[in-house]
Design a protein around this ligand. Structure first.
Ligand code: ADP
Length: 745
């Protein structure tokens, strides 16, 4: 084309191609062999907890469809509300008050640090104003964003299920809701909303069909608009319209038949810490139930890097609705041992925000954020008000419209103060989120539900050992351990080990620990609730030390924040500060990687020397040493457990402990040498590697960046090697994934 002088395809070229090939392939029911290198008939799908992002690979942006199904509630529904109320934690309990004051303390320190004044009577001002507010009725015409709630009074078909954006307008008590995906796109098996896998997959199929229809509708509308723009001559346009109408091209929503009988390719963006059984069920569904002839998969964090155009070692922090993922990506692949999936996200911020508002005499008294309309209000308020910008926190007067189904619209004024920062600040103090979570999680009942589900959807197993062969991450295991820490246990989070000597020993042990981690089979029940800043440090440390220590400073200077909740104002600023506060000095020093690598070498040399001097007991010494080191670090006081019956001989024990103490001495001396210089030159920031948080590209919605990454993948040559076709799946089943993934499956 004219504007293309270096033979590179522009977005417009791809679009033009799409316009032609798409029409040919789809409208004429063409079943010929699919071209695996043609991005035009590729649909990219990312399934999150709250919504899916779906679009043609050549589209600029995806459409966002809420992952929700509304079912007419034909039962009597008098008790529904009471059940929901019970799930909310008592916010007057001392536990809640303590955690809230911890948040407030942190907020106050931050304000003081940035020299922002907090007026002493702010809270009283807010409370007393709010208690006197009376609402004002607003006419429908004056509502800038009217919500057309669906209730049974305006929908007589009481058998019809509603999907996506229609479902989130279908209010209780006339409808009940199901959500097929839980945090990070895994199947929602724990909530008890589904009794069978069939039912759940049925919902997903219908939801995807609904989404595809909307996508096709948008496509047609774009085509029509394009034609309108292009055609200067109106008469000609009218003539074309007539012709295309005859061909059935102009139908705004293509008939079901049209797209079902057509064939597309799909790129499915899957979670980083995915469960194989879930991914395989999804692929099967896409290939056999939907109009897809081939499917390729990509992990979310890698997709985010593609979407952001980042090729260097990156730490991706993805804050979604119900989960937050911290993952390091290096040389085009997700570093498995860096993956951390935290069980909190934007939904928890919304919940906490609404609790805090209510505690300050929020003027809408019977507001129930656990209902759909109530939640809608909570989300709107949160998106408009929460911030990490310290100059945005002062007593402010604002307002909202109460829009409840079958009720007049009312406008309320209200005042707000520190709630705007306290709620999102809890990402760094998530204990308080845990309190507000459904208290049933982890209970006996949910364990039973998990057991029942495992019968229908068994974990993927290793062919030889029968062990679960799902992904394992040492960072996930450690942070999960810390989230459920007993009083007498030592923490695994590097940020919680304050003795540098002990920390260094832990760091030296990382690679020995790798063989021991178990597939996290009980992952469904345990919650990972460690603070976000600590999780990031854990992830980067493990990514570096298990692969290449020298990459540590690069990860710290490439922390990419994505996901809907990263939209919070000044998020990057806050996160940078938090990481700087929590990162242990040792891990902050520029020269740490070099020191670490040389120390590893020295320890190995010491072991080798020791073993060669004592050839007879060498094998015992090495194996014993591994166990012994582990013991020491897990429980420092219990290292001289000499009564253990399996100890081979007194001699073996002596040699082991002598080697161990030699190594301990070596570590202590080397550490002193290393940090000694820095102690003297304190405050010299040049010694520390910089922390840089990168917001997503400005023109992109941070929640759609990984969808964008999928669309980038669709357009690279490599993609043809990654597609699993219907015949591949038919012939080999899930085994084919081992050969068709850009990561080890
Ligand atoms: P998922 O993929 O898990 O569905 P997303 O990445 O789409 O999640 O993010 C959805 C979350 O982002 C929701 O909790 C939503 O409230 C939150 N969110 C979206 N926009 C904003 C905003 N401007 N401020 C704060 N949170 C936001």
């Amino acid at each position: 084309t004219d504007n293309n002088n270096n033979n590179q395809w522009t977005q417009q070229d791809f679009k033009d191609l799409a316009a032609t090939t798409f029409d040919n392939k789809c409208i004429k029911y063409n079943h010929e062999q699919i071209d695996l290198n043609d991005p035009s008939n590729t649909i990219v799908i990312q399934l999150g907890h709250s919504s899916m992002k779906i679009g043609f690979a050549l589209d600029e942006t995806p459409i966002v469809i809420p992952n929700c199904i509304a079912i007419p509630n034909n039962k009597s529904f008098s008790n529904d509300h009471d059940d929901k109320e019970e799930k909310w934690f008592d916010t007057n309990s001392s536990q809640f008050i303590d955690l809230k004051s911890q948040l407030y303390q942190s907020f106050k320190e931050r304000m003081r640090y940035y020299k922002r004044r907090i007026q002493p009577n702010s809270h009283e001002q807010v409370k007393s104003f709010n208690s006197k507010v009376t609402p004002e009725v607003v006419s429908l015409q004056k509502d800038p964003a009217h919500i057309p709630w669906i209730t049974d009074s305006n929908d007589n078909d009481n058998e019809k299920y509603l999907y996506g954006d229609e479902a989130i307008l279908a209010s209780e008590p006339w409808f009940i809701h199901r959500r097929p995906f839980t945090s990070g796109g895994a199947f929602n098996v724990l909530s008890g909303q589904y009794t069978s896998l069939q039912e759940l997959l049925g919902d997903i199929t219908n939801l995807l069909n609904y989404a595809l229809k909307k996508l096709f509708k948008r496509y047609r509308e774009q085509q029509i608009k394009k034609k309108q723009d292009q055609d200067q001559d109106h008469e000609e346009f009218d003539e074309q319209q007539k012709q295309s109408k005859e061909k059935g091209l102009n139908d705004p929503i293509m008939k079901d038949m049209d797209f079902k009988s057509s064939r597309f390719k799909a790129i499915l963006v899957i979670p980083d810490l995915f469960q194989k059984s879930h991914v395989e069920a999804l692929i099967r569904l896409l290939i056999t139930e939907l109009p897809f002839q081939a499917v390729a998969i990509i992990q979310e964090s890698l997709a985010n890097c593609y979407g952001a155009g980042l090729g260097t070692s990156t730490c991706v922090v993805n804050i979604g609705a119900s989960s937050t993922n911290v993952v390091c990506v290096d040389e085009g692949s997700v570093v498995e041992n860096s993956v951390i999936k935290l069980n909190y996200g934007g939904d928890d911020i919304t919940k906490l925000f609404s609790v805090l508002l209510k505690q300050n005499n929020f003027p809408y008294h019977d507001w129930d954020p656990s209902t759909l309309p109530g939640w809608h209000l909570a989300e709107t308020l949160k998106k408009n008000l929460v911030t990490f910008q310290d100059d945005g926190v002062a007593v402010q007067l604002t307002n909202f419209l109460k829009r409840m189904p079958n009720e007049p619209i009312e406008k309320y004024e209200f005042k707000i103060f520190d709630e705007v920062m306290l709620a999102p600040l809890a990402l760094f103090y998530p204990e308080i989120f845990k309190l507000l979570k459904d208290q049933n999680k982890g209970s006996e009942k949910s364990q039973k539900i998990v057991k029942r589900w495992k019968l229908q959807l068994p974990d993927s197993q290793d062919f030889f050992t029968d062990d679960s062969n799902d992904l394992k991450s040492i960072s996930q295991e450690e942070t999960l351990h810390d989230s459920n820490l007993m009083d007498n246990e030592t923490p695994d989070a590097y940020t919680d080990i304050h003795n540098e000597n002990l920390l260094l020993k832990r760091l030296l042990d990382v690679n020995d620990k790798l063989d021991e981690i178990s597939a996290t089979a009980n992952d469904d029940i345990m919650l990972n609730m460690i603070p976000l800043d600590k999780a990031i440090i854990q992830s980067i440390t493990n990514a570096s030390l298990t692969m290449d220590p020298s990459k540590m400073p690069t990860y710290y200077s490439n922390i990419l924040v994505v996901g809907g909740s990263s939209n919070i104002e000044a998020f990057d600023f806050m996160l940078t500060d938090r990481i700087n506060i929590w990162r242990p000095r040792l891990l902050s020093l520029n020269t740490f990687p070099t020191f670490y690598e040389s120390l590893v070498k020295k320890v190995k040399e010491q072991e080798k020397k020791f073993n060669s001097e004592k050839p007879k007991s060498s094998s015992i010494a090495t194996t014993e040493n591994d166990n012994e080191t582990e013991n020491t670090d897990d429980n420092k006081d219990a290292n001289n457990n000499s009564g253990a019956p399996e100890n081979n001989s007194e001699n073996g024990e002596d040699t082991t402990s002598s080697l161990k103490s030699d190594i301990d001495n070596l570590i202590t001396t080397e550490l002193q040498k290393f940090v000694g210089g820095f102690d003297k030159a304190a405050n010299n920031n040049d010694h520390y590697s910089t922390v840089t948080v990168i917001p997503p590209p400005r023109e992109m919605d941070p929640a759609s960046l990984c969808w964008k990454g999928g669309s980038v993948l669709a357009q690279v040559k490599l993609i043809e090697e990654l597609y699993i076709t219907y015949s591949d799946w038919d012939m080999h089943g899930s085994r084919i994934l081992q050969y068709k993934c850009i990561f080890p499956y």
